[in-house]
Design a protein around this ligand. Sequence first.
Ligand SMILES: [Zn+2]
Length: 124
Amino acid sequence: MRYDDSGGGADQMGETDPHIHVQQRAARAGYDVRGLLASTFGLVADAPAVVSTGCGRQVPYAMTSSRPESVTCLACREHAHQEHLRFADQVEQLGRMPGSVVTADQAALAARRHRDLAQRFRSR
Ligand SMILES: [Zn+2]
Protein backbone atom coordinates (compact mmCIF):
# COMPACT_ATOMS: atom_id res chain seq x y z
CA MET A 1 0.00 0.00 0.00
CA ARG A 2 1.46 3.26 -1.09
CA TYR A 3 0.48 6.87 -0.57
CA ASP A 4 1.93 8.98 -3.28
CA ASP A 5 0.15 12.31 -2.99
CA SER A 6 2.35 14.07 -0.48
CA GLY A 7 4.33 16.19 -2.82
CA GLY A 8 4.74 19.87 -1.97
CA GLY A 9 2.20 22.64 -1.55
CA ALA A 10 2.38 22.61 2.23
CA ASP A 11 3.53 26.18 2.62
CA GLN A 12 0.23 28.06 2.67
CA MET A 13 0.65 29.27 6.23
CA GLY A 14 3.66 31.37 5.37
CA GLU A 15 4.16 34.35 7.61
CA THR A 16 5.31 36.68 4.90
CA ASP A 17 1.89 37.93 3.81
CA PRO A 18 2.59 41.12 1.87
CA HIS A 19 -0.91 42.57 2.18
CA ILE A 20 -2.09 45.26 4.54
CA HIS A 21 -5.32 44.27 6.31
CA VAL A 22 -7.92 45.91 8.48
CA GLN A 23 -8.61 44.88 12.02
CA GLN A 24 -11.81 42.93 12.39
CA ARG A 25 -13.37 45.62 14.55
CA ALA A 26 -11.87 48.55 12.71
CA ALA A 27 -15.08 50.54 12.50
CA ARG A 28 -15.84 50.19 16.17
CA ALA A 29 -12.39 50.85 17.56
CA GLY A 30 -12.66 54.64 17.55
CA TYR A 31 -16.02 54.82 19.27
CA ASP A 32 -15.92 51.84 21.57
CA VAL A 33 -16.93 53.15 24.97
CA ARG A 34 -14.71 50.75 26.84
CA GLY A 35 -11.84 51.65 24.56
CA LEU A 36 -12.50 55.30 25.27
CA LEU A 37 -12.43 54.70 29.00
CA ALA A 38 -9.35 52.56 28.72
CA SER A 39 -7.48 55.21 26.79
CA THR A 40 -8.58 57.82 29.32
CA PHE A 41 -6.94 55.76 32.03
CA GLY A 42 -3.93 54.93 29.92
CA LEU A 43 -4.70 51.25 29.68
CA VAL A 44 -4.23 50.86 25.95
CA ALA A 45 -0.73 52.18 25.59
CA ASP A 46 0.44 48.90 24.12
CA ALA A 47 -0.80 47.84 20.72
CA PRO A 48 -1.57 44.14 20.54
CA ALA A 49 1.16 42.11 18.90
CA VAL A 50 -1.24 40.12 16.77
CA VAL A 51 -4.75 41.08 15.69
CA SER A 52 -7.66 39.43 13.90
CA THR A 53 -8.33 40.79 10.44
CA GLY A 54 -11.47 41.33 8.42
CA CYS A 55 -10.56 38.37 6.22
CA GLY A 56 -10.18 36.05 9.19
CA ARG A 57 -6.40 35.92 9.55
CA GLN A 58 -4.11 36.65 12.46
CA VAL A 59 -1.48 39.13 11.44
CA PRO A 60 1.02 41.39 13.21
CA TYR A 61 -0.54 44.67 14.27
CA ALA A 62 1.94 46.49 12.03
CA MET A 63 0.39 44.78 9.01
CA THR A 64 -2.98 46.43 9.58
CA SER A 65 -4.21 49.92 8.86
CA SER A 66 -7.41 51.90 9.32
CA ARG A 67 -6.62 54.10 6.34
CA PRO A 68 -8.55 52.87 3.28
CA GLU A 69 -5.74 53.91 0.96
CA SER A 70 -3.26 51.71 2.78
CA VAL A 71 -5.30 48.50 2.84
CA THR A 72 -4.35 46.17 0.01
CA CYS A 73 -6.25 43.03 1.04
CA LEU A 74 -9.44 42.96 -1.04
CA ALA A 75 -11.39 40.81 1.40
CA CYS A 76 -10.51 43.24 4.17
CA ARG A 77 -11.57 46.24 2.10
CA GLU A 78 -14.97 44.67 1.54
CA HIS A 79 -15.23 43.77 5.21
CA ALA A 80 -14.39 47.32 6.26
CA HIS A 81 -16.87 48.73 3.75
CA GLN A 82 -19.68 46.70 5.31
CA GLU A 83 -18.53 47.41 8.85
CA HIS A 84 -18.47 51.16 8.37
CA LEU A 85 -21.92 51.19 6.77
CA ARG A 86 -23.34 49.10 9.59
CA PHE A 87 -21.69 51.25 12.21
CA ALA A 88 -23.06 54.42 10.61
CA ASP A 89 -26.56 53.01 11.04
CA GLN A 90 -25.88 52.08 14.65
CA VAL A 91 -24.55 55.53 15.48
CA GLU A 92 -27.61 57.17 13.99
CA GLN A 93 -29.88 54.97 16.07
CA LEU A 94 -27.85 55.84 19.14
CA GLY A 95 -28.29 59.54 18.41
CA ARG A 96 -32.06 59.15 18.32
CA MET A 97 -32.29 57.56 21.74
CA PRO A 98 -33.41 59.85 24.57
CA GLY A 99 -30.64 60.39 27.10
CA SER A 100 -28.01 59.05 24.77
CA VAL A 101 -24.35 59.81 25.34
CA VAL A 102 -24.19 61.39 21.89
CA THR A 103 -26.42 64.11 20.49
CA ALA A 104 -28.26 63.75 17.20
CA ASP A 105 -25.81 66.18 15.62
CA GLN A 106 -22.78 64.25 16.81
CA ALA A 107 -24.36 61.01 15.66
CA ALA A 108 -25.10 62.44 12.22
CA LEU A 109 -21.54 63.68 11.90
CA ALA A 110 -20.08 60.35 12.96
CA ALA A 111 -22.41 58.48 10.61
CA ARG A 112 -21.35 60.66 7.71
CA ARG A 113 -17.68 60.02 8.46
CA HIS A 114 -18.24 56.28 8.52
CA ARG A 115 -20.19 56.34 5.25
CA ASP A 116 -17.37 58.33 3.71
CA LEU A 117 -14.84 55.76 4.93
CA ALA A 118 -17.05 52.99 3.59
CA GLN A 119 -16.94 54.57 0.15
CA ARG A 120 -13.17 54.90 0.27
CA PHE A 121 -12.84 51.21 1.11
CA ARG A 122 -15.10 50.30 -1.78
CA SER A 123 -13.50 52.42 -4.50
CA ARG A 124 -10.36 51.09 -6.10
ZN1 LIG B 1 -7.21 40.80 4.89
